[in-house]
Design a protein around this ligand. Structure first.
Ligand code: PHE
Length: 341
């Protein structure tokens, strides 16, 4: 049999259909098929011819196997590919992408702004002891904030409680690290309050602490004014008020002109036109000393930002409870703010 004719046939066989491939396999590759038969006839030939024809037959079998394998891999991919069925213009009705929680967006924004000033992150536990929540922070033994009215005690006999502020992390950092210090500590805090549009039993704070030689109230003021104008915009009206905290001396609070009613008066600002967003002050020397830092050498400032307050003013949300109710439509409306963080 003329092998050139056979090779023509192998090369041109139509392998585009499953039937074509089956008959090809039958004809060329089956045991006892045409190639097999020709190979088995080889021993009857003269030596020289046997060698040449043997090589050509083997090459032909390889070619047939290759063509078949190739045709099969091509034929399977388009029919299994999902793209073959997909209508790429079809609207994705079932897809509900998540969104960052508004408090998480605000927190991230605050952290980013302070990171530019060289602040790093610190952390502490939500279940605290009396020392870190009160005593080291210079609270007198009978200070009203220690009262059951404000604090959730877990085990009063052991002094275990849910921290009422993130100022606990100031103590934890100063106990561990020597100045210079510049840290930010975001986290959840707990207070025994009646839940309303303005108050909740838990909320979030971001604590800031800066301790070094020669830190003054001017540094405190410049830092917080930089932050607040970056956060709310340069035209924002601020109000500094003298205040009192056991762990700072001097102490102040900062209010922002209410952005919900534009200062006209509403329930969020208690009809005053101003909303408190942070407490701050110069770290009391007693607090530095309680943490083993020399108050004659070092000074510092601290501040505590209310994350819910910032979010409420930033997004103009009248009721704090929305932040913890996990209402799907409320949360979904923040998908467009992903760029903030
Ligand atoms: N810990 C205070 C509060 O919860 C806020 C604060 C932090 C005040 C740091 C001064 C310095 O109200």
């Amino acid at each position: 049999m003329d092998l050139a004719v056979l090779e023509e046939e192998v090369r041109n066989y139509d392998l585009s259909t499953a039937e074509g491939r089956a008959s090809f396999r039958q004809r060329f590759l089956r045991k006892g098929g045409i190639l097999d038969r020709l190979l088995s006839e080889l021993p009857t030939l003269p030596l020289e011819e046997r060698r040449l024809r043997g090589q050509r037959l083997n090459a032909l079998r390889q070619l047939a196997q290759q063509r078949l394998a190739q045709a099969e891999s091509h034929s399977s991919s388009p029919s299994l590919s999902p793209l073959a069925f997909a209508d790429l213009t079809f609207p994705l009705v079932g897809l509900q992408p998540g969104a960052r929680h508004p408090l998480s967006l605000i927190e991230q924004r605050v952290l980013t702004l302070f990171q530019r000033l060289g602040y790093t992150l610190a952390d502490g536990p939500e279940i605290e002891d009396d020392w870190h929540n009160f005593t080291a922070l210079n609270f007198e033994p009978d200070h009203p904030a220690r009262d059951m009215q404000d604090t959730f005690f877990i085990d009063p006999s052991q002094g275990k409680l849910l921290r009422t502020h993130t100022s606990t992390v100031q103590i934890r950092v100063m106990e561990r690290q020597a100045p210079p210090l510049r840290i930010l500590a975001p986290g959840r805090v707990y207070r025994h309050e009646t839940i309303s549009a303005r108050a909740h039993v838990y909320f979030h704070q971001i604590e800031g602490l800066c301790v070094d030689e020669g830190i003054s109230a001017a540094d405190l003021r410049a830092t917080l004014e930089y932050f607040l104008t970056q956060f709310f915009g340069s035209g924002t009206r601020l109000r500094w008020r003298a205040s009192y905290f056991p762990f700072t001396e001097m102490s102040a609070e900062v209010d922002i002109a209410c952005r919900i009613c534009q200062g006209k008066g509403c329930p969020v600002c208690k009809f005053t036109g101003w909303v408190e967003v942070l407490g701050c002050g110069m770290v009391d020397p007693n607090v530095l000393a309680a943490c083993g830092i020399d108050p004659d050498r070092y000074t510092g400032f601290a501040f505590g930002l209310g994350v819910e307050r910032l979010a409420q003013l930033f997004f103009q949300i009248p009721d704090l409870r929305l932040f913890s109710e996990n209402n799907y439509r409320f949360l979904q409306s923040f998908a467009t703010y992903a760029h903030l963080a």
